[in-house]
Design a protein around this ligand. Structure first.
Ligand code: ADP
Ligand code: MG
Length: 739
């Protein structure tokens, strides 16, 4: 039985419009042990015939038998097996891997057929010796002469040791002398094999040929046995698949093997990495910006950096508490008694009125006009320079002048005077100013605010007046002139005392707020009237005070200036707010993130924006995918030959795919590491790229992981798409496309 038998086989080429035939109705048989030479003019179908019998190309009509087995139902995998077991190909243009050395080219075919790297060293060296290239074993294929290249190709076929060797014009591009020696070499290695050689130049092989076939116009016109051969038994190769370790090693070699290709791919992947990151961060950014929109009527300071902190048990903060919070990571500074942050005050005289929030002088480094306060009751005002409404035409009018200071709850002494000594311009303050004051002024404000946030119940002569809903309206104020334990009360209080006089009566003040309760029992020493008002209280004008009970500053402080019950923590980086808040909660503090309390007038709108942005992210990623795919396709174009070659050498589709996957994954990982190094360099200020540093400020560790996986998946999709293209056709078709 013949090893290969063709019966009425035809091969057609389908091009876009035309069908042409490679050969028609061929009947031929080949036996083991033959040395068949096929000749014929160009275009007569010789190559086509070789490709069909070596399973590199399909046929359309008739039947080809291999060892008596029909092949018309063969799948690509069947052909793969057939080629691996039986066929060694040698081409006119060698099909070596040019970037590999002689040794590596031969090693490649053995690895692909399941030999272990360690076991084949001597075998390869022997084969190199056989083809006479020992001197060149470490020379790259690209550096060899044509004859030397063909020797490598023969060595490769020899290494694979298949029963059939098919050579398509192996000496076509060689000079006469090299051609002769190649033919001799082929003959030497072909004992007990079937060799089928196509050549123009029959004389070159005449001495070895056992049979001569002439083709013309797709037909065999002559088939002549020259030497009678004894059929020998074919020994198909027992092959295995390449092991995983060698796959990875090969993938590594391929990733770095061709420097230009490696650098180009690296560039594309680095770009891809940066673009995906930048797309991804713009998504993060919109969340962040979204959150910082909005307003709140209660809080004057709605900064993203501000977290309000209380103790869970509502007790006051100890020094230790405050020190510990101050030491937490990401805490910039903290403001005790932060209520002041949220009050509005007015600084005014007969001509001017400036309103705004207050801030500690500690937060101010310098002024633009005037000087920093150096005495008590001196302040600096801050506002946008463009706001003529807040800072008046003539700065000299306000610098150094005295103004009244009044808080918005109205409880502040009406004649509390401050001097503006400096102006600090701040463009963020367009509609409201900021007043920088020293601790003494802030403390005074604080006491008033405590009063304002507390309710003070009054008990007089066994009657209790509830501070928040009593019909009797009264205020409590401090006075330097009242002795501790005493009170100076308004006249109407007399109505509730025995004999309509309260003098000498004990009254009890009971102060309540969300944090504490405190009470004091005081003896009414005097009732004030317009004649003795100034003398008893130290204040100027009785008309500014309606129903006030004046008590000593000491009692007032005891009732209204308790410890620090609430502080505002200012963060260094608002993006990490959640981590810091969690830490505070773990330390059993109650937190309130001011930003979360913002009413957001455009929140629905922002949801839509966010949705759109996510869609844009997906679309952008897909577009990036295709752009990178096309660029990579162009870069990899030269690799088609490599992959067709390894296919011819016995790599299955699956293995070729895996090799490509590994190669591209290595490239993208190198690109990713490079990106991380770039980020690191930016972070530790070795280089300064605003674009990157801005981007990085939005990224958490988990984001790096997410983007990493996105990139890996993209790389796998790219290589799958590419290998799909590479394998959609028979080897020869793919190969033809590129050569
Ligand atoms: P040879 O190797 O003898 O020079 P080929 O086998 O290459 O001849 O070609 C045989 C015929 O098939 C020629 O007519 C040629 O034009 C045609 N042919 C070969 N390859 C293709 C192809 N890829 N597409 C279309 N026609 C082809
Ligand atoms: Mg040809």
């Amino acid at each position: 039985m013949s090893i290969i038998k063709l019966s009425n086989v035809s091969k057609f080429y389908y091009n876009k419009k035309t069908i042409s035939s490679g050969f028609t109705k061929i009947n031929v048989e080949f036996d083991m042990g033959e040395f068949v030479v096929i000749t014929g003019e160009s275009g007569s179908g010789k190559s086509t015939l070789l490709n069909v019998i070596s399973g590199l190309d399909s046929y359309e009509e008739g039947e080809m038998y291999i060892n008596g087995e029909e092949t018309s139902h063969y799948t690509e995998v069947d052909y793969e097996n057939y080629r691996r077991k039986y066929i060694g190909n040698i081409f006119q243009n060698f099909n070596l891997v040019n970037s590999y050395t002689v040794y590596e080219n031969i090693e490649l075919v053995l690895l692909l057929n399941g030999y272990k790297r360690r076991e084949i060293k001597n075998k390869i060296l022997d084969i190199i010796k056989t083809v006479g290239l020992t001197k060149y074993k470490n020379t790259k294929a690209s550096k060899l002469s044509g004859g030397q290249k063909q020797r490598v190709a023969i060595a490769r076929a020899l290494a694979k040791d298949t029963p059939i060797i098919v050579a398509d014009e192996p000496t076509g591009s060689l000079d006469v002398k090299s051609a002769r020696s190649i033919m001799k070499l082929l003959h030497d290695i072909s004992k007990e094999k079937l060799v089928v050689i196509v050549t123009h130049n029959y004389e070159q092989v005449e001495e070895y040929a056992t049979r001569k076939i002439s083709m013309h116009d797709g037909k065999i016109i002559e088939d002549k046995k020259i030497v009678k051969t004894e059929p020998v038994k074919a020994n198909p190769v027992q092959y295995k698949n390449i092991c995983n370790k060698d796959k990875v090693l090969l993938g590594f070699k391929n990733a770095f093997n061709i420097k230009t290709k490696f650098l180009l791919l690296l560039m594309v992947y680095l770009f891809l990495t940066i673009l995906v990151f930048s797309e991804y961060t713009s998504l993060q950014k919109i969340d962040y910006d979204n959150d910082s929109n909005g307003y709140n009527y209660y809080f004057q300071d709605v900064s993203n950096n501000r977290v309000i902190v209380n103790k869970k048990d509502r007790s006051s903060f100890t020094r230790d508490d405050i020190d510990n919070i101050g030491k937490l990571e990401n805490v910039d500074y903290l403001v005790e008694n932060d209520i002041l942050l949220d009050i509005q005050v007015a600084v005014y005289d007969n001509e001017n009125y400036i309103h705004g929030s207050v801030s500690s002088l500690n937060n101010l480094k310098n002024v633009d006009v005037g000087s920093m306060p150096s005495n008590e009751h001196e302040i600096v005002i801050s506002a946008s320079q463009n706001s003529s409404y807040l800072i008046f035409s003539d700065k000299d009018d306000i610098i150094g002048k005295e103004f009244y200071l009044q808080n918005d709850s109205g409880g502040f002494p009406i004649d509390y005077k401050v001097k503006i000594v400096g102006i600090k311009y701040d463009d963020s303050l367009l509609y409201s100013a900021k007043i920088y004051a020293n601790d003494a002024i802030l403390n005074d404000l604080m006491k008033i605010e405590n009063l304002f946030y507390s309710t003070t119940d009054l008990k007089v002569n066994n009657q209790i007046f509830k501070g928040d809903k009593s019909r009797l309206y009264y205020d409590i104020m401090p006075s330097e002139r009242v002795a501790s334990g005493k009170a100076v009360a308004f006249q109407d209080l007399n109505l509730y005392c025995k004999d309509y006089t309260c003098t000498g009566t004990d009254i009890t003040l009971n102060v309540n707020n969300i944090y504490y309760e405190e009470s004091a029992t005081l003896k009414v020493s005097k009732i004030y009237n317009k004649d003795n008002f100034k003398e008893l209280t130290g204040y100027d004008d009785i008309n500014d005070f309606y129903n006030v009970i004046f008590i000593s500053t000491k009692d007032y402080d005891r009732l209204y200036s308790k410890g620090t019950y609430q502080i505002s923590v200012y963060l260094e980086d608002a993006k990490n707010a959640n981590t810091t808040i969690k830490k505070l909660n773990d330390l059993s503090y109650e937190t309130f993130y001011v930003k979360d309390a913002l009413a957001d007038p455009i929140s629905n709108f922002m949801d839509i924006i966010r949705l759109l942005r996510s869609i844009v992210f997906v679309i952008a990623t897909i577009i990036l995918f295709f752009i990178s795919y096309f660029v990579i396709k162009i870069i990899l174009k030269s690799r088609n030959i490599y992959f067709s070659t390894i296919r011819i050498l016995g790599a299955t589709k699956k293995i070729s795919k895996q090799l490509l996957n590994i190669e591209l994954l290595i490239d993208i990982n190198v690109a990713y590491v490079l990106f991380l190094l770039l980020v690191l360099a930016v972070k530790i200020n070795i280089i300064n790229i605003a674009y990157i540093s801005d981007m990085v400020s939005f990224l958490k560790i988990s984001d790096y992981v997410i983007v990493y996986f996105i990139l890996m998946i993209m790389s796998l999709l790219i290589s799958n798409r590419y290998s799909h293209k590479l394998f959609k056709d028979s080897v020869m078709n793919t190969f033809r496309e590129d050569v």
